[in-house]
Design a protein around this ligand. Structure first.
Ligand SMILES: Cc1ncc(COP(=O)(O)O)c(C=O)c1O
Length: 365
């Protein structure tokens, strides 16, 4: 039985072979022309003034918090329905993650829920584009601006998405992307930070390169301590190839989403909702299962029929670690963690076969 995979890569070896060969023959594996070109392409695409590549969205988020000087005694309000990296970077710096519950329709933080959580200790807000969906981002940005609180967008899933004709990467003060294999652009592992602020960009440039800025004589001038979270050249080649195709990828994924909705909504499944002014990249295709349906049973039934699926994502405050430490109960994010399922989504996936497997799994229970 051939397994229907959850995700397939949007890049093949044939597409990168020529550039890979030239990187190997030049010996320039890092800080070369492909990294610079990928940065420029991402800046053009997102509309951001500055782009910095990183090894992952996790390192990108962590560095952004360092940039903002987040540390012990500070609070960072974060969306509660996300991947644990969103909370972990806050926790790692000794600050307190404050878990904002999300909307059951869009799966995103709402301005009305966020406002009461902002206080004198709040040093930043991390809005998560849940599964690629930026619905409500401008409203959160307006609220944060009015309170003078920096907004980081965890756009790990949201490359290509936009709200009110503005692409993710140009809306928040700092935006972090992921190029993990479950994302629309995969470099194996990888990430990026975008910002419009020149001073922040200069700081990031320096910190992401060991604290070096310019030259002292014939050697680098290490003006500060720093890190190495650089994305290598081969990864940049992979990223550029996929970014060049992203419009087609977005169209294709939305077509697949429409096909699933036509078959699953009559069965009682409810798709993650995006606001009308949002262009959704459908990074993960997620539905709430019908009332009375066991989501875990459905995942098991699909597995038995050769179809990969998984949960939507996590209620961060409900993870073993964060529950024990902060004892927060956000009902919507808990409900979404328990009742949502991610289905295979990419061009060429046989939606009818997956939906038949869903129907059979439900009937056999
Ligand atoms: C919302 C969110 N934030 C952060 C991350 C971490 O991304 P990375 O694997 O690139 O570190 C992920 C990964 O899935 C994610 O979904």
């Amino acid at each position: 039985m051939n397994t229907i995979r959850l995700m397939k890569p949007y890049v093949s070896f044939d597409e990168v072979e020529a550039e890979f060969r030239s990187v190997f023959s030049s010996g320039i594996f890092t800080r070369g022309e492909h990294v610079e070109a990928f940065r420029k392409d991402l800046a053009r695409f997102t509309g951001a003034k500055h782009v910095h590549l990183a090894t992952s969205a996790t390192t990108a988020l962590w560095v952004c918090l360092k940039l903002l000087g987040i540390g012990p005694g500070d609070e960072v309000v974060i969306s509660d329905f996300s991947f644990p990296a969103t909370a972990n970077v806050v926790e790692d710096l000794g600050a307190r993650p404050v878990f904002a519950d999300v909307c059951r329709d869009t799966y995103n933080m709402l301005a009305d829920t966020l406002a009461p959580l902002l206080g004198p200790r709040t040093k930043a807000v991390i809005f998560v584009d849940a599964l690629g969906n930026p619905s409500g981002l401008h409203a959160i940005s307006t609220l944060c601006r009015s309170r003078g609180i920096p907004l980081i967008e965890d756009a790990a899933c949201a490359i290509g998405s936009s709200e009110a004709d503005q692409r993710c990467g140009s809306i928040a003060d700092l935006t972090c992307f992921s190029f993990h294999p479950r994302k629309l652009i995969s470099t194996g592992e990888g990430g990026a930070i975008t910002t419009n602020r020149d001073d922040w960009s200069q700081w990031l440039d320096m910190k992401l390169s060991h604290g070096a800025r310019g030259m002292k004589g014939v050697a680098l001038d290490f003006v500060d301590f720093g890190y190495n979270f650089r994305l290598p050249e081969l990864q940049a080649v992979m990223g550029r190839k996929q970014l060049a195709k992203i419009e087609d990828i977005l169209v294709e994924r939305n077509q697949v989403r429409d096909a699933y909705r036509a078959m699953l909504e009559p069965m009682g499944f409810v798709a993650q909702r995006a606001h009308p002014d949002v262009r959704f990249n459908v990074q993960s295709l997620v539905f709430a299962v019908p009332p009375g349906c066991s989501r875990d049973g459905l995942i098991a039934g699909l597995k038995a029929r050769g179809v990969e699926s998984t949960i939507g994502t996590y209620s961060l405050s409900a993870t073993t670690y964060y529950t024990a430490k902060y004892a927060v109960n956000n009902p919507n994010s808990r409900w979404l963690e328990a009742n949502t399922i991610t289905l295979p989504c990419y061009g060429g996936v046989d939606v009818q076969v997956v939906c038949n497997a869903i129907q059979d799994s439900l009937v056999s229970r």
